[in-house]
Design a protein around this ligand. Structure first.
Ligand SMILES: C=C(O[C@@H]1C=C(C(=O)O)C=C[C@H]1O)C(=O)O
Length: 284
């Protein structure tokens, strides 16, 4: 399904707090072009961007890697970290000795982090666990598995509980083993949509950058909204947002390129991935 030229452009918004700094001040109704937001979990938006049900979206970087020939990156937007993220968490029930060759339950909502976990377990820890995907419910996952991977707000809420498990932060592990940062999500536009609507995509892109800039200057509105909508303390959310980077410069690109290289080495990706920016972004 592809949008026709008079249909509104559909913009995917990941329904997790990690993208708020880019979307918080973004108001599609104030734009000249017709556009609408579509909320979803990363895995749903990944699928919708692939089928053309949406035109531009924050998606898992792994999903970009799978479809790089059909997408362009909106430059300088990402969800990245240089170390600890606090929302990409492996909850470990059994000793790591057992987890390495045991069973790991992984949330259905992710594409980047499930493959990051495979890289960490197989390449760095020399393990070969069995993976299964499951709805993001920590107790149900750990009834049947030695460890469970949650991302986003599901991971944050679970980390606040008195759960008694050991917790590994995937951003931390990646940094520890590689020395690099990691990019979990990027903003991608379908090439066919961008060719049909370059001006609208430019307007949307400028508005996203402006929203990101405002949130970086003053994260306090995000912090209060997160406390109100999700819970936790102001200091938790200040630290959470400060630990994320929403830029996509040389350092983020280096970390993501290494991830794609390792994913290929493990057969998780069939082709090498090049990071190709939307060529008209220079005019936006
Ligand atoms: C930092 C995060 O990054 C995310 C992880 C994703 C993935 O694993 O596919 C996709 C988008 C982001 O939501 C997070 O979920 O907390």
């Amino acid at each position: 399904m592809m949008s026709t030229s008079d249909a509104p452009l559909r913009i995917g918004r990941i329904d997790y707090a990690n993208v708020w700094p880019v979307f918080h001040e973004f108001r599609p109704e104030r734009l000249e072009c017709r556009s609408e937001l579509v909320y979803g979990m990363p895995a749903e938006l990944n699928r919708m961007l692939r089928t053309g049900e949406i035109d531009v979206s924050a998606v898992s970087s792994f999903a970009y890697g799978l479809n790089a020939d059909d997408y362009w990156l909106l430059p300088d937007l990402s969800v990245s970290s240089f170390g600890r993220v606090q929302s990409l968490l492996l909850f470990v029930k059994s000793p790591m000795e057992k987890v390495r060759f045991g069973k790991i339950a992984m949330t259905t909502t992710s594409a980047t982090t499930v493959n990051l976990l495979k890289i960490v377990m197989e390449k760095f820890y020399g393990g070969r666990p069995v993976y299964e995907t499951a709805e993001p419910d920590l107790d149900a996952m750990l009834e049947r598995a030695d460890a469970a991977l949650l991302i986003g707000d599901h991971a944050i809420r679970a980390s606040w509980r008195e759960h008694g498990y050991r917790v590994l932060d995937l951003g931390d592990l990646w940094r520890l083993w590689t020395g690099h940062g990691m990019t979990y999500a990027v903003w991608a536009v379908r090439r066919d949509s961008a060719r049909r609507h370059p001006e609208a995509v430019g307007e949307i892109y400028r508005a996203l950058l402006a929203s990101k800039r405002r949130s970086a200057e003053n994260p306090e509105p995000l912090v209060s909204e997160a406390v109100r909508r999700i819970g936790g303390t102001e200091s938790y959310w200040r630290c959470y947002f400060a630990g994320l980077s929403h830029d996509f410069g040389a350092k983020q690109r280096a970390g993501l390129s290494l991830y794609f290289q390792y994913a290929r080495e493990l057969g998780l990706l069939a082709e090498p991935v090049s990071l190709t920016d939307w060529p008209d972004a220079v005019y936006a």
